[in-house]
Design a binder for this molecule. Structure first.
Ligand code: FBP
Length: 560
């Protein structure tokens, strides 16, 4: 492969480690903090996870890990779910920590995600391989996948693989669903008396895997910087050409963290936040009205252009569509075989129309046929609707056009409305990690190994105090079960890691809500520009507005 100049330069980047980790693993202490308990469904979760429920959170720092830390080990690593910038640096962090503890230890990569562990598809990870991927984006070193480990046979096969490879630990680098896999696997291994420890690492550009000791999932920083750059450029194009409304759908699955961060960065005319739509029970018609009012208001000033940000998972939060999607999920789960046998989209649409109840049927019938078909496409292996395939931005852009025609009939609008639609998603997931993600991921990997060396299992690697310089970051671990609750998936109640959605009482949303009325009519877009990998820290190491605002709020409450 021909290397780009940036790739060569990034090989030379040395990720910054928290000073508390910059010591031999043997002198790394592991302080046990209070038991970390889930917020909801405690009794059910205690019953389902008798061996890993109620473990204490831990903090790593100066102390003594003891002789066991330097034991020769074999660790397996899995990249799971959608790619996020920095995954290779997590592997580099695990590798460097493991070799620092004992040069004879080895790292094995399971290929193609959790399925690699079940099917024993593996590769040795050596120094030359790691060096070829340091500070690069992508998950292509070992590949990724979305297999859900759920059947008894899959668990048995995972255990067999662990035995065959002589594993001491498995590190699962993934989002909420993948870390649910990790939690269940940790419990299963413990239940079977296996000494193999399972550690998770919080990955996802969506930013929805966070909590008290998990301030951010890796990849969010890079992806939002890249999307903000592109959205800012589109905004400037809108203001230059003055003839289009740009509807930009942003990835992020259910949560609107990405849209909110990009809104804070770019100051679009409208940004829809799904969580607010749900809380205020806003119907599709009201959302369309908000956008149409901005279009009409700006048109009255002679500005027939603008920018609208739309979160990928919006439809799931619109009350009438949420009911519809829940019903569709139940219908598809109940009649899976019959549904899969249908020949085309039309037949699939007819199939569900016959089964939907009266109100949902009316909602479904009012959607354009391409959106109807997209809502029926396969769920992912974890039971999620694949929102990256649903063109919500087109639906809104067209509905706004129809609303404006009504305004025009009533004499309230006489502008010109043309639109362009965009989807920003896949282009952000494999970018070269920003300095923040390169450093954070390396520290997460290093920490994951330190948790293994401390003999822990069923933990999520945690590195926090992230708005401070990397040297002041705090490393530790959080029990995976403490992040779980019970949710309905594939027509059944299941234990899963809770998605952290946008907090409408939080500072990032408050900052957006305070400014949006002004943005609705203004053309004063902010143009963040591209990610800077080299240069002064206030340009190259700058963190997201979301992180800064959330950390300031936490600091004012005395949290560290
Ligand atoms: P993860 O939760 O696995 O990190 O996935 C993130 C994501 O990029 C979502 O934002 C998006 O909806 C989804 O993956 C797309 O999945 P796929 O890669 O299977 O198309």
């Amino acid at each position: 492969m021909e290397l780009s100049p940036l790739q060569k330069a990034r090989y030379g980047y040395r990720p910054k480690l928290p000073s508390s980790l910059a010591c031999p693993i043997a002198t790394l202490g592991c302080e046990r903090l209070d038991a970390a308990l889930p917020e909801n469904d405690r009794e059910t979760l205690r019953g389902l996870f008798p061996r890993t429920y109620g473990l204490p959170a831990v903090r790593l720092g100066a102390g003594t890990a003891g002789a066991a830390a330097a034991k020769k080990r074999t660790v397996g690593v899995i990249l799971s779910g959608g790619p996020a910038p920095g995954g290779h640096n997590v592997i580099a962090g695990i590798f460097d920590a493991l070799k620092a503890a004992n040069p004879a230890s080895s790292l094995v990569g399971f290929r193609g995600g959790p399925g690699g562990l079940v099917e024993d598809r593996y590769m040795e990870i050596d120094a030359a391989l790691v060096d070829g991927y340091r500070n690069t984006g992508g998950f292509d070193m070992i590949g990724s996948g979305r297999t859900k480990i759920e059947t008894p046979e899959q668990f048995e096969k995972a255990l067999e693989t662990a035995g065959r490879r002589g594993l001491d630990a498995v590190v699962v680098i993934g989002g909420d669903d993948s870390n649910t896999n990790a939690a269940v696997l940790a419990e299963f291994f413990a239940d079977r008396g296996s000494p193999v420890s399972v550690i998770g690492v919080p990955k996802t550009i969506d930013g929805d895997l966070k909590g008290a000791m998990v301030e951010a999932s890796f990849g969010f920083d890079t992806a939002t910087k890249l999307y903000s750059e592109l959205a800012g450029n589109i905004a400037r194009d809108a203001a230059s050409g003055r003839k289009y409304w740009h509807f930009i759908r942003l990835m992020g699955r259910s949560a609107s963290h990405i849209t909110l961060e990009c809104a804070l960065q770019v100051r679009p005319n409208v940004a829809i936040i799904s969580e607010e739509v749900e809380a205020k029970k806003l119907g599709l018609s009201q959302i369309v009205g908000t956008i149409a009012d901005s279009v009409a208001g700006r048109s009255a000033k002679g500005e027939n252009f603008g920018v609208v940000l739309v979160p990928e998972g919006l439809l799931e939060f619109v009350p009438e569509l949420k009911v519809l999607i829940d019903e569709l999920n139940e219908i598809l789960a109940a009649d899976e075989e019959a549904f899969k046998a249908l020949a085309n989209d039309r037949a699939r649409i007819e199939f569900v129309l016959e089964r939907l109840d009266h109100e949902s049927k009316a909602v479904f019938e009012h959607l354009p046929e391409d959106i109807q078909a997209q809502l029926l496409w396969d769920r992912d292996p974890h039971g999620n609707v694949q929102f990256s395939r649903i063109e919500t931005e087109k639906l809104l852009a067209e509905m706004v056009g129809r609303r404006l025609a009504l305004y025009a009939k009533e004499g309230d609008y006489s502008g010109k409305y043309d639109f362009q639609t965009h989807f920003l998603g896949y282009e952000g997931r494999c970018a070269f990690p920003s300095n923040f993600d390169a450093d954070y991921c390396y520290a997460l990997g290093y920490t994951a190994f330190a948790l293994v060396a401390a003999g822990l299992s069923g933990y999520l690697s945690s590195v926090r105090n992230l708005s401070a310089p990397a040297a002041e970051w705090i490393a530790g671990g959080l029990p995976l079960v403490s992040l779980m609750n019970i949710e309905r998936r594939h027509g059944q109640d299941r234990p899963v890691i809770r998605k952290a959605l946008v907090d409408l009482d939080g500072r990032p949303f408050a900052a957006f809500a305070a400014a949006r009325d002004e943005w609705a009519l203004s053309s004063d877009y902010r143009v963040p520009g591209g990610i800077q990998y080299f240069g002064p820290a206030d340009v190259a190491d700058v963190v997201t507005k979301t992180l800064v605002l959330e950390r300031t709020a936490a600091a004012s409450k005395g949290a560290r």
